[in-house]
Design a protein around this ligand. Sequence first.
Ligand SMILES: C[S@@+](CC[C@H](N)C(=O)[O-])C[C@H]1O[C@@H](n2cnc3c(N)ncnc32)[C@H](O)[C@@H]1O
Length: 249
Amino acid sequence: MVIAPYPLARTLDVVGSVGHRFQVWGRWLAAVMGGPQRLHRHRSAQRARADARRELLSMIQLGDAQVPPDGGWVAGADFLLLLARQVLTQRPGLVVEFGSGVSSVVIARCLQLNGHGRLLSFDHDEGFAELTRRRLRRAGLAAEVHAAPLRPGIAGYGGSWYGHGELPDAIDLLVIDGPQAWRQGQEESRGSAAPVAFAKLAPGGVVLLDDAARPGEQRVAARWRTEFPEISFGVAETQKGVLIGTRAA
Ligand SMILES: C[S@@+](CC[C@H](N)C(=O)[O-])C[C@H]1O[C@@H](n2cnc3c(N)ncnc32)[C@H](O)[C@@H]1O
């Protein structure tokens, strides 16, 4: 099912970034009204985001035109930085991503800098998949971005999961930043990544789950930890939390 054809996806993207500006001002206003301590915490978080973004852009040698500012639907700058470091140090041959967008541009650029590696990215919506393809093209980058409409969750996980068909074997890096699990009833959607993809991880393969600080992802992570003893899990303290799993080599 196509929910947002490309022009609508593009409009939602623009509306989302304008909405994000209001969110930023709202957070600033709440911090100012919350007193000096809250304002101090707000300024530190803002500085950390700006530092992460500066480091990311200099590491991958791209600018604002190719990597729009984080917030709203785009992954946080600290997650994108962690992702870039992971791809540049691990040098994966195959990356599979669920939830395409600016993160796909970052991964594809790091693979380009590595000089090898393939990115296969899925989005639930053809409009957003096309938005990602255009962003990649404009940046001179290559990746396979597929629309994979949502189906009911798998193996008892609630919510929805992508109808992506058979995945390739020997996945070195699995990046999970979709579907939109903040919606009511969708909170555990990202759990379905495990039954479809964990058995396909190469030895030493790595899984990154964004938004790991949310209650739904925490429930998912607790189940993964008991059901997949061959994968060791840890958490990176980004602003939204990232669960990092590494399969035994
Ligand atoms: C958390 S977002 C994925 C973000 C992506 N990893 C990135 O870094 O840009 C999950 C999904 O939300 C959808 N999405 C992206 N921008 C949107 C917008 N402005 N409004 C509604 N949905 C959006 C896309 O289908 C995307 O796959």
